[in-house]
Design a protein around this ligand. Structure first.
Ligand code: F6R
Length: 276
């Protein structure tokens, strides 16, 4: 695991978008694992900008999202399909048939989960998985005590996740309390992982996830087992980290990071992608 501390959430998102863009340029058929949530809105804003201004090409890219609510139709504004179309897919040259999310409206949810895992394998596995973290340490919707080898399945959401995410619904009571999510094991199968964490409300859980013991109580702590996991955070999220000095030294000195060391350009994010 490598951890990079950026001055603010904007620069952290820009770095993550730049890492994704680099992977896509190196491998146009990239199989990209995607996340939703407030943290990712900036990343998708920058990817749209790179597509428009630098011709970043998504035409051959395939995407698999981590999760989807159970029972919401794709056109429901609270669904993750709607989120992805609105924040990314409708603004880039991706073939929509190559964008996959778990099917939370399937009559047989277990079969839909099995099929999702099979489809990922048919496409050769996920090359790069993007992750955010929940206040309870979840990645995807792997709430506390999710098995560290779990696969895509139904999951009941915790009261804290429901409280945080229901504010994104026009009527909070419309938010489903169950979701389909890739498992921790599914996520760990990705060849590369980028975890983006910003804001002071995430500082405690970030420290537990990356510097604490590996435990099913904090699903993100399983990322410590992954051989190619990059964690990108802002100064606010980093305040509780013990080894900050070392992380800064690695970013400032390791050759692999050289091309990303220039101060992040303060770029204009398109108005409809501006983080709220
Ligand atoms: C959503 C997902 C979640 C979010 C997490 C953080 O697809 O995978 O794990 O990444 O809940 O959400 P925000 O960014 O809204 O704090």
């Amino acid at each position: 695991m490598e951890l990079v501390i950026q001055p603010d959430a904007e620069c952290a998102a820009w770095l993550v978008a730049s890492l994704i863009a680099k992977a896509l340029r190196e491998k146009p058929h990239l199989v990209l694992g995607l996340a939703t949530g407030r943290t990712m809105e900036r990343v998708y804003g920058y990817l749209v900008q790179m597509h428009r201004e630098e011709k970043l090409d998504f035409s051959l890219c395939r995407t698999f999202n981590l999760d989807e609510y159970i029972g919401l139709s794709p056109d429901h504004p609270g669904s993750y399909r709607y989120y992805m179309d609105h924040h990314l897919f409708n603004h880039i040259n991706i073939d929509h048939r190559n964008t996959f999310l778990p099917d939370g409206t399937a009559p047989d949810l277990k079969a839909a989960c099995r099929r999702y895992e099979e489809t990922i394998l048919e496409f050769g596995g996920i090359d790069l998985q993007l992750l955010g973290i929940g206040a309870d340490g979840h990645i995807g919707f792997n709430e506390p005590l999710s098995a560290l080898r779990s696969r895509t399945r139904e999951k009941a959401l915790t009261p804290s996740t429901i409280a945080v995410n229901s504010t994104l619904f026009r009527r909070p009571e419309e938010m489903p309390t169950r979701a389909l999510t890739m498992g921790v094991g599914t996520i760990l199968d990705a060849s590369n992982i980028i975890l983006l964490v910003t804001g002071s409300t995430k500082s405690d859980i970030l420290a537990k996830a990356v510097e604490g013991p590996i435990t099913a109580m904090v699903s993100a702590s399983a990322l410590q087992l992954h051989p190619h996991c990059q964690v990108v955070v802002d100064e606010h999220a980093a305040v509780k980290l013990q080894a900050q000095e070392y992380y800064r030294w690695v970013f400032d000195n390791e050759p692999d990071w050289a091309e990303f060391r220039a101060p992040c350009p303060s770029r204009k994010v398109l108005p409809h992608h501006r983080p709220k």
